[in-house]
Design a protein around this ligand. Structure first.
Ligand code: SAT
Ligand code: MN
Length: 605
C-alpha cells in the first residue's frame, strides 16, 4: 500500500477541513482496503494515464482521432443502464423527514449495512480520491465535495461533469464543510445496488452501479438530493433546472430557468438555436446549464442562479444536427460515449442521428447489428459525457461566480391533451401550485404504461432529498421572502396533439416563439389574455400571423377546455391527498381557486 503517495501540496496545509478530509480518507481506506490510494489532481497528464489504463483493461475503446479527438467509447454492464429509484434511499433522521415519495431507511442501520458492503471491497483495486467543486471557482454559492471510488470510469466522467482536483482543493479554505461520497463498483450485482443519502451527515454511499445518476455522485446525489435539503435550511433552492440567457434585439439579456420531467426536450431547449429570422433581428440564446440550477437571493433581492456542473450528461438517441446541433458539436471531442453503437470505423451511431443508419455496426451490448435486426443499436438511455465549455452556445456568464439573475421559471410536461402551449402564472403562489402539479405522459423510454400520466412536481420527484410537501412549503417561503422580485412562473407544453393524434406544435427551433413571448412579458411588453389557468398569449403575440398555420391550429394550441380542466382539478386533489400531513393549505386553496375560475363566465373566450 502506498498511502497518500500522490498527496497534493494543498493538503499539507493544516486546516480543520483538511484534517477532517485526511481522517475520513484514512478511515475509508481502512474499511475498503485498497492496494493503492490515488489523489486526483485533475491534470491533463493524469487524464491521459487514466484513459490509457481504461483502454488497456477494455473499458474504453478510443474513437477515431480525427472525427472524435480524445474521445472514448464505453459499454456498461447490461444490467446497469439507468438510475434505480427503487434502490435509492434518503436516510434522514426520521421517516417523516423523507416523506412519502422517497424510500427511507434508518441512518444508523443503513450505514452499518453499507459499511458491510464496503468492507474490503477495494482489495486489489485502486482507491481514487476525487476532490470536486460544484459551481464556478470563487463563487460563494459553489460547494466542495470529495468522492472516494474504485472506478477509473467514474473518475473520467467526474472530470468532465465537475471541476476536480487542485481547483477544488483550492476552494477548501473558503468553505465550511464538504460533502463525502463513497462509491464502489462492487461486482455490479443489481441485488447489492444501493444509492444512499444521509442529509444530516452530508454523506452519500453508492454501491454496485457505475451508471451516471447512481455513480457520478456530484450530480443528482449531491447537487439535488443533499443540496435540496441543505437549501431548505439555509434559504436557497437546488432545482432540476436548465438555465439559459436570451438576448433581445435591443441588447437586453433575460435569464430563465426551466424544469422538465425526462423525455420532454430539456437539453434541446437549453441549447436552442433561434430561427434564422429571429437571429437576423438580433435575438440570441445562450446556455448556462442543461440540468441543475442552484438559486439564491442576491444583494439586490433577486434570485440568482449558478450551474453547479461543468459538463453535459446527455441522452444520445434522438440527438442530431437537426434536433440539437449545439449538443452534437459539444460532444465532438473530449467526450465519453456510453452504450451507443460503434461503427467499424471507430465512430459512433445512435437512433435518430443524422444520415442513414450504418449497414452494420456493433450494438451497445457488443453484438453485431444490422438495420432490420429488430433491436435498437444504442440503448434508449445511452449517453454522452461532454464538457460544457465545448457548447457553441455556452454563455460567457456560465462561470460567473455571481451567477445570473433569473426573470422567469418555466415548467413543462408532455401532455397530448388539455394543457395549452404556454400559460403565465398569476402569482408566485399560483406558480408554485403549477409546479407542484406538473405532470407528464410516460413515453416508451420510461417504465410504465405509455401515455399514462405521472405527477412529477417541479421535475423533482426522484431528486428531492426531503418531504415533498415541505419542499412546496419552502417554495412558498422563498416567495414570501422575495416578494415582487421573484421570477414569473410559466408552464409550457410542446406536445399537444390534434384529433388525428398528430403533434400540433412543430417544437424545436419554433419554441423560440414562446421564449420570445416570455421575455416580452417579463419586460412588460407582450400581449396576453386572461384564462382560468393563467394568462395566455394572443396569437399575434406569438407572431403566428406571419405563418401559414391556420387560425384553427392556433386556437387548438391555446384552448382551455373546461370539462377537461375540471377533471384535472379533481385529479390534483387526489394527488395532494398523498401528502396530506404536511401539505401547505395554500396549494389546496389554489386548486379551489382554479375550480372557481373555471366556473367564471367572464373568463370564457
Ligand atoms: O443519470 S442522471 O440521473 O443524471 C440522468 C437521468 O437518469 O435523468
Ligand atoms: Mn436530469
Amino acid at each position: 500500500m502506498q498511502p497518500f503517495g500522490t498527496l497534493p501540496p494543498t493538503m499539507l496545509q493544516t486546516s480543520d477541513l483538511n484534517r477532517e478530509l485526511m481522517a475520513w480518507v484514512e478511515e475509508t481506506s481502512e474499511l475498503t482496503k485498497p492496494d493503492i490510494i490515488h489523489w486526483c489532481t485533475g491534470s491533463e497528464a493524469e487524464s491521459e494515464r487514466l484513459n490509457d489504463l481504461l483502454t488497456k483493461d477494455g473499458t474504453f475503446i478510443p474513437l477515431d482521432p480525427i472525427r472524435h479527438p480524445n474521445s472514448f467509447y464505453a459499454r456498461s454492464d447490461v444490467n446497469d443502464v439507468a438510475r434505480v429509484e427503487g434502490r435509492t434511499f434518503i436516510c434522514s433522521a426520521t421517516e417523516q423527514d423523507a416523506g412519502p415519495s422517497n424510500n427511507w431507511m434508518d441512518p444508523i442501520q443503513m450505514r452499518e449495512f453499507m459499511n458491510g458492503l464496503f468492507d474490503g471491497c477495494m482489495t486489489g483495486r485502486v482507491m481514487y480520491v476525487i476532490p470536486y467543486l460544484m459551481g464556478p471557482p470563487g463563487s460563494s454559492m459553489a460547494q466542495v465535495g470529495v468522492v472516494i471510488t474504485d472506478s477509473a470510469y467514474v473518475v473520467a466522467n467526474m472530470r468532465i461533469m465537475t471541476r476536480i482536483g487542485s481547483v477544488a482543493l483550492e476552494e477548501f479554505p473558503h468553505k465550511a464543510s464538504f460533502v463525502k461520497g463513497m462509491h464502489s463498483t462492487g461486482v455490479l450485482d443489481p441485488e447489492q445496488r444501493y444509492i444512499c443519502h444521509f442529509p444530516e451527515l452530508g454523506l452519500i454511499m453508492s454501491f454496485s452501479s457505475n451508471y451516471g445518476g447512481n455513480a457520478l455522485l456530484g450530480k443528482k446525489c449531491h447537487a439535488l438530493r443533499l443540496a435540496s435539503a441543505q437549501a431548505r435550511q439555509e434559504g436557497w433552492m437546488a432545482e432540476h433546472m436548465l438555465i439559459l440567457g436570451i438576448t433581445s434585439p435591443d441588447g437586453v439579456k433575460t435569464y430563465v430557468a426551466g424544469a422538465f420531467p425526462s423525455a420532454c426536450g430539456k437539453t434541446n431547449l437549453a441549447m436552442i438555436v433561434p430561427p434564422d429570422v429571429d437571429q437576423a433581428k438580433g435575438w440570441k440564446v445562450e446556455c448556462i446549464g442543461d440540468d441543475i440550477a442552484w438559486l439564491s437571493f442576491g444583494e439586490d433581492g433577486r434570485l440568482w442562479a449558478i450551474n453547479p456542473e461543468a459538463g453535459f450528461f446527455g441522452v444520445a438517441p434522438g440527438t442530431s444536427m437537426t434536433t440539437n446541433p449545439n449538443a452534437m458539436l459539444s460532444c465532438r471531442a473530449n467526450t465519453i460515449f456510453t452504450n451507443v453503437a460503434l461503427r467499424d470505423d471507430r465512430t459512433i451511431w445512435w437512433e435518430g442521428m443524422d444520415g442513414p443508419p450504418p449497414e452494420s455496426c456493433t450494438d451497445w451490448t457488443g453484438q453485431p447489428w444490422t438495420p432490420g435486426c429488430g433491436r435498437p443499436a444504442a440503448h434508449p438511455n445511452s449517453r454522452f459525457t461532454a464538457p460544457a465549455r465545448q457548447c457553441p452556445a455556452i454563455s460567457p456568464e456560465w462561470q460567473n461566480p455571481e451567477g445570473v439573475p433569473i426573470s422567469a421559471i418555466i415548467f413543462g410536461g408532455r401532455r397530448s391533451t388539455t394543457v395549452p402551449l404556454v400559460s403565465e402564472s398569476l402569482s408566485w403562489q399560483h406558480g408554485t401550485y403549477v409546479g407542484a402539479t406538473l405532470t407528464s405522459e410516460n413515453t416508451a423510454a420510461a417504465a410504465g404504461t405509455v401515455g399514462q400520466l405521472r405527477y412529477d412536481p417541479m421535475a423533482m420527484l426522484p431528486f428531492c432529498g426531503y418531504h415533498m410537501a415541505d419542499y412546496w412549503q419552502h417554495w412558498l417561503n422563498m416567495g414570501k421572502h422575495g416578494g415582487d422580485q421573484m421570477p414569473t412562473i410559466y408552464h409550457v407544453n410542446w406536445f399537444r396533439k390534434d384529433e388525428a393524434g398528430k403533434l400540433i406544435w412543430p417544437g424545436y427551433r419554433q419554441n423560440m416563439r414562446v421564449l420570445k413571448w416570455i421575455v416580452d412579458r417579463v419586460r412588460q411588453r407582450g400581449d396576453a389574455v386572461a384564462s382560468p389557468i393563467g394568462m395566455l398569449p394572443t396569437p399575434q403575440a406569438l407572431e403566428i400571423s406571419g405563418t401559414d398555420w391556420p387560425q384553427e391550429t392556433v386556437k387548438e394550441l391555446l384552448a382551455v377546455d373546461r370539462e377537461e380542466w375540471y377533471k384535472e382539478v379533481d385529479r390534483r386533489e387526489e394527488f395532494f391527498a398523498n401528502f396530506a400531513t404536511n401539505l401547505p393549505p395554500e396549494l389546496l386553496r389554489e386548486n379551489e381557486a382554479l375550480r372557481k375560475r373555471l366556473q367564471d363566465e367572464q373568463l370564457r373566450f
